[in-house]
Design a protein. Structure first.
Ligand SMILES: [Zn+2]
Length: 274
């Protein structure tokens, strides 16, 4: 009881500082920016939105293929959490839960040859208001958090729209249908706080060299195996203590003493990650 009161007081202080109404999604409840996919613990929802473009569309079988890869990714994440003594349940199966999926269409191509990101981000900003009822679904499923998965059936680089403390806290992940389950898991982990640990992304070479040596199969470092092979039917990567710490599964790992830059970021410091 006493702890809850302290938390409540601390939260109201934080909310006054950032001027966000009580109960709104994305209240920064810790030292790092948290959006609609806050902590990767307990029950969290993943809403699948299938996007048709001027160049590509989704058929029933293709959607089901994506769902089976999503299943591998979600079971993997749940298993990894368990290794860190955290209970995670990801609710993603839209065949069981019909209100966890939908369709959308855009009037431009989504492919790497075309500069679509700003346009798509604008569409997503509308969809998270008009197509997906974040608050209603969280209430209905009694869930801790929610993220939107935007599936595109064309070769593009997947990315995550992570709440940085300023923009809309309704978080989403853009996934190419052809990507592997490991890539799905990598992007999904981003919205729950995981950071890129590969070279030239978020950290110095010192850090990425260390990760390469200490955890060569870390999922935020690579989505392939040690020989560069990728798999459609399994995930061979690991969640190292560094990512477990970023996800909030553990509160400390010795690496943050060696590399202070790995400490969980302050609010407003998180951004988009590929
Ligand atoms: Zn990434």
């Amino acid at each position: 009881m006493g702890t809850m009161k302290i938390v409540a007081v601390a939260m109201s202080v934080i909310m006054m500082l950032v001027d966000i109404p009580v109960g709104a999604l994305g209240n920064p409840r810790s030292s790092y920016g948290l959006g609609s996919a806050c902590y990767l613990s307990g029950k969290n929802l993943l809403y699948s939105l299938y996007v048709n473009t001027t160049e590509s569309s989704w058929g029933k079988e293709e959607k089901e293929e994506v769902l089976s890869k999503l299943e591998i990714a979600c079971e993997y994440i749940e298993d990894c959490a368990e290794q860190y003594h955290t209970k995670v349940e990801l609710v993603y199966d839209w065949q069981e839960n019909r209100n966890l999926t939908g369709n959308a269409r855009v009037k431009f191509p989504i492919c790497d040859q075309y500069d679509f990101v700003d346009k798509l981000d604008e569409e997503i900003a509308l969809w998270v208001e008009s197509k997906v009822d974040y608050e209603g679904l969280m209430e209905e499923y009694d869930a801790e958090g929610i993220a939107l998965l935007v599936f595109v059936n064309n070769p593009v680089s997947s990315y995550a729209i992570v709440y940085d403390g300023i923009d809309n806290p309704k978080e989403s992940v853009i996934l190419e249908g052809e990507e592997t389950p490991a890539a799905y898991a990598h992007e999904i982990l981003h919205v729950f706080g995981a950071h890129d640990l590969y070279k030239d992304a978020e950290y110095t070479k010192e850090v990425t060299d260390y990760v390469k040596k200490a955890y060569p199969l870390e999922i935020m470092y690579t989505v392939a195996d040690e020989r560069g092979r990728k798999y459609d039917d399994k995930i061979v990567n690991v969640v190292s203590p560094i990512t477990a710490y970023h996800l909030g599964w553990i509160d400390y790992t010795e690496e943050i003493d060696i590399f202070p830059q790995l400490k969980r970021k302050q609010k407003n410091e998180r951004g988009k990650g590929l």
